[in-house]
Design a protein around this ligand. Sequence first.
Ligand code: 13P
Length: 285
Amino acid sequence: MMSKVFNEKFDSLQSLFKAYRASERCLAAFNVNDNYDLRAVINAANVVDTNVMVMTYPPVIEAVTAEVFRGMVDGLKKYAKNSLYLHLDHSTSVDQCKWAIDAGYDSVMIDGSQHPIDKNIAMTKEIVDYAASANVLVEAEIGKIMGRDVVVKSADDFLASVADVKRLYEATGADIIAVGIGTAHGFTPEKPKIYFDRLKEISQAITAPLVLHGGTGIPDEDIQKSITMGISKINIGTIVHTTYMRYTKLGIDAAGDGAYPPYIMKDVLPEIERVVIDRLRAVNI
Ligand code: 13P
């Protein structure tokens, strides 16, 4: 088998994802919170020599602002060997997506998955239209990613319907689509049951690159299998912030009143890098 290239340069994220889906490659996307874990992801991507995406959850841009996060990523770009993209993850707000687009984000996710399909389509279309002139990529979602505060009652409740995915894609022209196929956000006490048959049906129904959420708890072999079935972006978050918090606490506890952030973080960064490298290697196959 020919080995795949993960540091190829593209004119746009749209062309990256089209090429990745066609060649069964996947872009790893990591949720980050500040300059420290952002820097750790860049260092890890340099070690693996790969393109990478960083993502901010809504509370992060509310706290830090979209403009400052854009500025931090721009400032650190010269330390990245390969392409580095910035994405707004899981925004349920049309206004917030517009804010990130105006601030120069490369990509936004408008998550209307908690709403009936017609409302999801309307929200997604509004963002696709708004993003078009700025050439910003748009991710939409059908079905639900379990865990956290998402309430699911049955498989019918979270599993993406093929008809809905097709309808949303055709009505909105969203660039990439996250699909609920059984994965959950965070550490999962049991191996998640991934509905690969549904993923296959969806990938046969539409050509859009598909997105897998809940990357922390998905076994490597399931990540790899999903990539052969149209998954072109995988989101990984919990393993990053739990590693960040655990090692920061250890450092603070050891230093006591003398705890000084840059010194603590000097020892935390390699720990975050280690888990990010591990996940990058599971995705870049
Ligand atoms: P994890 O927190 O399970 O890695 O999932 C992250 C995610 O899917 C963000 O959208």
